[in-house]
Design a protein around this ligand. Structure first.
Ligand code: PGA
Length: 255
């Protein structure tokens, strides 16, 4: 079993004062959990603050999106090089809150995924189905399509040392997480889907679960064979809750 990965997704929350308190207490409280990797994905304007406060710690930081282009007349976009200027090492790609609201296509998401890898950032690709799709029993087909677009464009080997986060849309921010069995079943499906083409890439890929992870359900989720950690929204804004999730990951992670 590999080291667990816990990623905080702050979404569009925070300000300079609140972030300073949150990061300072992350640094203090998460210090004992040396056998896990923690990453904080902040809104773009706070990357410099994250770099300043986390630069000398084991906690990594990243962004919640990036442009598919490198430079040019793209008003409002932020490129991978700009993220790297602020020491970011991870970037969330294709989160459902963006994919739906900003009409991101699977092809766009695939290009961003490649862009991150080419420039040395670890992409965290979000995939997942809606409640209607789950109830219709087509959730695997939906997730397969999201992954297959990348495989078709760039090959399955690209997934080695990257991160996929399975985030059922019905579980995000609802307090209703997937059960450990539901999550494990999808994680296994994802790993197999990549393994058909490239076994080693599938083994080196980390698959996180995201969607209402909290200190109460974290252990049961993280203990599942194909769940390598979590992508945490709401509970990452509360240090005690985030600490509880990191403790759960640390208890299971190899020392
Ligand atoms: P949540 O968000 O933990 O608040 O459900 C997870 C996410 O959207 O990444």
């Amino acid at each position: 079993m590999s080291k667990k990965l816990v990623v905080a997704n702050w979404k569009m929350h925070g300000n300079l004062v609140v972030n300073q308190q949150l990061i300072t207490s992350y640094v203090q409280k998460l210090l004992p959990f040396k056998n896990i990797q923690v990453v904080v994905c902040v809104p773009y304007p706070y990357l410099a603050q994250a770099q300043l406060l986390l630069g000398q710690t084991d906690i990594a930081w990243g962004a919640q999106n990036l442009s598919k282009d490198i430079e040019g007349a793209y008003t409002g976009e932020v490129s991978v090089r700009m993220l790297k200027d602020f020491g970011a090492t991870y970037v969330i790609i294709g989160h459902s809150e963006r994919a739906t609201a900003y009409c991101e296509s699977d092809e766009n998401i695939a290009t961003k995924f490649m862009q991150a890898i080419t420039h040395g950032l670890t992409p965290i690709l979000c995939v997942g189905e809606t409640l209607i799709e789950r109830e219709a029993g087509v959730m695997e087909r939906v997730v397969a399509k999201q992954i297959d677009t990348i495989i078709q464009m760039y090959g399955a080997g690209i997934f080695a040392d990257t991160v996929i986060s399975y985030e059922p849309i019905w579980a995000i921010g609802t307090g209703l997480a997937a059960t450990p069995d539901q999550a494990q079943s999808m994680h296994e499906f994802i790993r197999n889907r990549i393994s058909i083409h490239d076994k080693s890439a599938a083994q080196r890929l980390k698959i996180l679960y995201g969607g209402s992870v909290n200190p109460q359900n974290a252990v049961q989720l993280f203990v599942m064979q194909d769940i390598d950690g979590g992508l945490v929204g709401r509970c990452s804004l509360n240090t005690d809750e985030f600490e509880g999730i990191c403790r759960a990951a640390s208890e299971i992670s190899p020392s």
